[in-house]
Design a protein around this ligand. Structure first.
Ligand code: NAD
Ligand code: TDX
Length: 329
């Protein structure tokens, strides 16, 4: 199994999951080790995998690694909306060109591909409504990040239809869990609190997200690999939808702080209002059930992980906060 982006947050958790639960797979990770990827994230499984430092845009390298694999899981991407607003270039290169390079290699060698994507490709939903994205929702991305992820999905769909590439796709809601970069919402707030600083809430805090534990995301990816139908898309979401304000309050409460001890900061330009996935296709056809159905307990173990792994997040946080200070957020 070739795992692109396997040194990032979700990819590294996927590699841990695969090594510990699926001894039938030999895992090779391809990762460019951008600011978001680190071999530290794979330290515990370093002896069980092959690691190749390289870029998914490198045609020759990707061709060689895909030739050696039976199946490719494509996580590699630039993943942070705020960074895409500062500089969209790396997003266009890694997310669009990178996916094109992977697709062409998979086509040449007749390999199975699973493409990892996001619910952000559908744009956003109205606040205070109860509708959800489905596999049939129209693509309507808002940010440079989501536009490049939408482009990558479109490429995968076209390669399935035109070249009969054996690919499946999944679009997951917001993830949380260990090894998530402190630029992202949950680890940013948790590590702020651990440093005695108030969390930072964008705009009104009414924007809502559906929070899915990374282990549940990765369970779904393995299920789709085993039982998914080629060419199909599956939406992944826990059903735990909360406003950002409620999420900050929950984190503060779990960490024993007053729930109003947060700061409001200027909003993200073009900030998507609400995301929520209807994952009934995945639940009904493939039998997926999230293990972490209770947001409070999933968050509590995640908070513990950050409490115990300051060595991991501290240097990353300093760099991320420098980028945020330039944006006034
Ligand atoms: P991340 O930023 O933590 O990790 C991305 C990894 O990809 C890093 O290890 C990085 O070094 C690597 N990478 C980036 N560009 C590369 C390139 N050109 N060549 C090789 N490697 C490269 O991201 P994440 O949160 O783990 O997201 C992984 C995937 O899941 C992405 O495709 C993202 O769009 C998708 N996704 C993320 C979420 C979420 O909440 N984080 C939700 C849904 C979907
Ligand atoms: O400090 C913050 N304060 C705040 O209010 C940060 C970092 C974020 N926010 C808000 C913005 C969003 O409404 O919290 C929400 C979550 O923010 P992010 O963690 O940046 O996630 P989001 O923009 O929703 O995108 C995430 O989910 C979908 C991932 O980063 C994407 O990779 C994934 O595709």
């Amino acid at each position: 199994m070739l795992v692109t982006g396997g040194a990032g947050f979700i990819g590294a958790n996927f590699v841990h999951h695969t090594v510990t639960r699926r001894s039938d797979f030999e895992v090779c990770v391809l990762d460019a080790l951008t600011y978001a990827g680190d071999r530290d994230n794979l330290k515990e499984v370093a002896h069980d995998i092959r690691f190749v430092e390289g870029n998914v845009c490198d045609t020759e390298l990707v061709d060689r690694l895909v030739a050696d694999a039976d199946v490719v899981i494509h996580f590699a991407a630039e993943s942070h909306v705020d960074n895409s607003l500062r500089d969209p270039g790396p997003f266009v290169r890694s997310n669009i060109i990178g996916t094109y390079v992977v697709l062409e290699a998979v086509r040449r060698h007749g390999r199975r591909l699973h493409h990892i994507s996001t619910d952000e490709v559908f744009g956003d939903l109205e606040l205070d409504a109860d509708d959800r994205f489905t596999e049939a929702s129209a693509y309507n991305p808002s940010s440079p990040y989501s536009a490049t992820k939408a482009s990558s999905d479109m490429l995968v769909r076209a390669w399935v239809r035109s070249f009969e590439v054996a690919a499946t796709l999944s679009n997951c809601a917001n993830n949380y869990g260990p090894y998530q970069h402190p630029e992202k919402f949950v680890p940013r707030q948790v590590t702020h609190i651990l440093q005695g600083r108030p969390p930072r809430l964008y705009g009104t805090g009414r924007n809502a997200r559906e929070w899915t534990h990374v282990e549940d995301h990765n369970d779904a990816v393995h299920l789709i690999l085993e039982k998914g139908r080629i060419g199909e898309t599956y939406l992944i979401g826990s059903g735990c939808e909360v406003t950002n304000k409620a999420m900050v309050e929950l984190i503060l409460e779990l960490m024993g702080e007053p729930v109003d001890r947060y700061e409001k900061v200027p909003d993200r330009p073009g900030h998507d209002l609400r995301y929520a996935n209807d994952s009934s296709k995945l639940r009904n056809l493939l039998g997926w059930r999230p293990r972490h159905r209770h947001l409070g307990s999933g968050l509590a173990t995640t908070i513990d992980w950050y409490r115990e792994n300051e060595w991991w997040w501290k240097p990353r946080k300093e760099a991320a906060e420098l980028r945020y200070s330039e944006l006034g957020r």
